[in-house]
Design a protein around this ligand. Sequence first.
Ligand code: G
Ligand code: G
Ligand code: MN
Length: 522
Amino acid sequence: MNRTGVIVVATLLSLVAAISSLGGMSYLSWTRAQAVEEKRLQSFAQQALQRAQIPFHDASVVLHRLHNTHAAPCSNAHILQMRKITINTRSIEDVGYFEKGVLKCTSWQKSRNTIIQTIPDFITADGIQVSQSMLPEISGKPMVGMFYAGHKVLIDPARFTDIVLEPEIQIAITTSDGHALSTLHQPDMQLVGTLLKGTQAKTGIDSFSVVVRDGELAAVVLEPYGKIRDRLWQEQLIWVPFGLLLALLFIGAVIWISRRRLSPLGELRFAIERREFIVHYQPIIELKSGMCTGAEALVRWRRPDGSIVRPDLFIPLAEESGLILPITDQVIELVIEDLGTWLTQHPDLHIAINLSAQDIKTGRVLDVLQAKLENTGITNRQIWLEATERGFMDMQAARATIDKARAQGFWVAIDDFGTGYSSLSYLQKLPLDALKIDKSFIDTIGTDSVSSNVTPHIIDMAKTLQLNIVAEGIETQEQADYLLAREVEYGQGWLYSKALPAADFMQFCQTRAGAAATATPG
Ligand code: G
Ligand code: G
Ligand code: MN
């Protein structure tokens, strides 16, 4: 992902985080408010049902007791019994006795007028006929009538809803199959009916509702949404700041991560994770024959947008941060991937790999190399290791690493020779195989600068120490001729080739071998 990509994704993520945190918290507070309200209404409903069971139960007991009475119908004893019941049973207002559908007597007296029994609205499971709303002669107040085997009791419907409720909350007590017995605060009975039928129709358009059933009875409690909305706001006051905080946290995290990601170090770390490195190969030429003897592996960072970053731009940062170690590992892997087969087919050719100061200091790279070369068919002497002076600061560690490398069969070369402060002293103290003369000295060949006098001395010194010499940055034939005359073994530079992709490099070597063979007979 490139920079713009990261910024776009980070912005989107922030937006999503903000919206989902706020939305989530809003939703949470809404569902919480609903849950709290539902519980509250449920407790009202349960309370109401408990109270409603009392008159219902009383009526049933009384009616059965009266059915089993031995007093003669409408005798004084019978009327007295009915009167006692009326007085002693709180929920029963009056008791009457019917014969052939006509009222004969009540708990007060024998009936004088002809009162016809009302047709019941429904019959309960144990056979009691219930009239939901009848107007008895004496009081004129609507009553619930319950009739069984000749006797009828009258119950004030208020007894079924004998609880105290906030005025906004409406309740209906019905039989389980939907016949209303009593209501409080005028609920919409059509809505109550729907709610009782479909258990799913929990929520009306503008009312919050709860249905509770208990045996023969059911309670429906309604509350207008306007009321619960207040509670919702209260909940949101608590939760939305949390959502805001969460959103800020998320956004902060996204910014933190993307800043890390967008920092040069973050980008490099990602590049390693995504293996964005490739290796180009600059041919190394045997000056005497003009033949290709191998190459120096030079790492490049190929960005996702296809651009190539040169190592001078990221190697210093990688060395500073320790990220150079995994980069070295990837370079080793890439060399094996690119040229493994080719190197096994050409056992006399080599590849030079640049090691960082940390690679030299830790020596870890040698184990990595050994493990990765295992079973590839590449021999260790085909691998040259280049190290600059910076790797030799810790002399003891450098010595140990170089000794070990050479014991394993790798070649070790000192790179950029002549550019540091103590090149000479290192040369004396370290067991090296080769010396790479820095380009700056090659540049002076054929000029009359001061350092042009130094170049031959470097060459002589290397010869004295029996080191192989690689001349870097050869750009002209004149330079090549000069070096050849002084028996410098190897050369590298634009005169021959720039660093090439693996396939081009192999092609180069192939042609070079043919050309060299014909160009230098004998
Ligand atoms: O050819 P180029 O400009 O890419 O080389 C620049 C410098 O980067 C080289 O002189 C070399 O020191 C360094 N370099 C190139 N490849 C590697 C590598 O794989 N590891 C290390 N440590 N340095 C490298
Ligand atoms: O690891 P080292 O510092 O030796 O890497 C060699 C560096 O020199 C690389 O950056 C490479 O591109 C560069 N280079 C190699 N040959 C030539 C050359 O002939 N001329 C110039 N100007 N640069 C070269
Ligand atoms: Mn090098």
